[in-house]
Design a protein around this ligand. Sequence first.
Ligand code: ZN
Length: 56
Amino acid sequence: MTEDDYIEKQHNTNTDELNDICDECKKTDESVTQNLILTGFKICKSCRVSKIIFPI
Ligand SMILES: [Zn+2]
């Protein structure tokens, strides 16, 4: 693996992480990034409530 490949992979990962798309319902919501930072789950506020009530 070259250094360029490594940087590109890191960049793509970051883009995927911060696209505000919920992993559960696939909806775009600004709360997704907040929940990813706060809880480690990439989910919107609606799915966060569901996860707390019905943890998988
Ligand atoms: Zn959701």
